[in-house]
Ligand binder design. Structure first.
Ligand code: VGL
Ligand code: ZN
Length: 257
């Protein structure tokens, strides 16, 4: 419901404000860049994404993100990080650790990466399986060394609970708990969020949808994102546009902020 939102803007209002913004900056906007999961494992490690601008690996978007950080006067910069315990429910090698629900088509002995299993506990829930990645304090969980890390940034770690995944940097996948992200943004009077990083069709999508739900004007920087599958990226873009996000190229951002 609206009362839960940090900013009580409907999609229609958001739309109208975007149009106003295009012609003249009548509103007092404050902008944050959210850099999603630019960690070694997603770039060159166990869960390296491959659907990137110019068909390169995830490192292809690092210069684009660094350029944004250097040339655009964002009011806040957020880095998010997947930060899983070794027994996390999303790791394919951990299916044996948990009770699988009787309705699950995938059983423990045939479970593969990208399969969706149904676990029985703590409550029945569906979980897509991934290779082990971004284990707390491992090299794979560190931000890529070439990524610029600005002073006074906000770091949001997610996926710490072994029993629930967290694609979004706002809420876990079951909305059992939230990270400090919305309060950190609200504290700085942020109205607009610009989102980039990895993976377009997983954590970037979920973070963007939750940003919209919180009432932030939400801008996806297309060429500063990298995804898992081409089909998934297409679906993400359609879904985000429908929900009220605007999609831009990184070259357009300096004029918008
Ligand atoms: C992600 C799969 C599993 C992501 C995180 O950062 O997009 N994808 N965990
Ligand atoms: Zn993860």
């Amino acid at each position: 419901s609206n009362s839960k939102k940090a900013y009580n803007l409907s999609i229609e209002q958001t739309d109208r404000i975007f149009k106003l913004l295009d012609t003249n900056k009548v509103l007092d906007c404050k902008s944050a860049l959210i850099v999603v999961d630019m960690q070694n494992d997603f770039i060159e490690g166990s869960l390296a994404v491959r659907n990137c601008p110019a068909h390169e690996d995830g490192s292809a978007i690092i210069p684009t993100i660094n350029r944004l950080l250097e040339s655009v006067p964002f009011d806040a910069v957020v880095y998010t990080a997947d930060w899983h315990p070794a027994d996390h429910c999303s790791f394919v090698d951990n299916v044996q650790l948990r009770e699988i629900h009787e309705t699950s088509k995938i059983k423990a002995d045939n479970a593969q990466v990208m399969d969706t299993v149904v676990f029985a506990r703590p409550d029945k829930f569906e979980q897509k399986l991934w290779p082990a990645h971004c284990v707390q304090d491992s090299h794979g969980a560190e931000l890529h060394p070439d990524l610029k890390v600005v002073k006074d940034h906000i770091l949001i770690r997610k996926g710490l609970d072994p029993d629930v995944d967290s694609y979004s940097a706002f809420w876990d996948n079951m909305k059992k708990s939230s990270t400090p992200l919305v309060s950190e943004l609200a504290k700085r009077h942020i109205t607009d969020v610009y989102i980039c990083g990895i993976a377009t069709d997983v954590c970037v999508e979920f973070t963007s949808m939750d940003a919209i739900e919180h009432g932030f004007r939400t801008v996806l920087i297309e060429d500063a994102c990298c995804g898992v599958s081409e089909e998934g990226i297409k679906e993400t873009k359609t879904k985000l546009k429908k929900a009220g996000a605007i999609l831009v190229q990184s070259a357009e951002v300096p004029d918008l902020v």
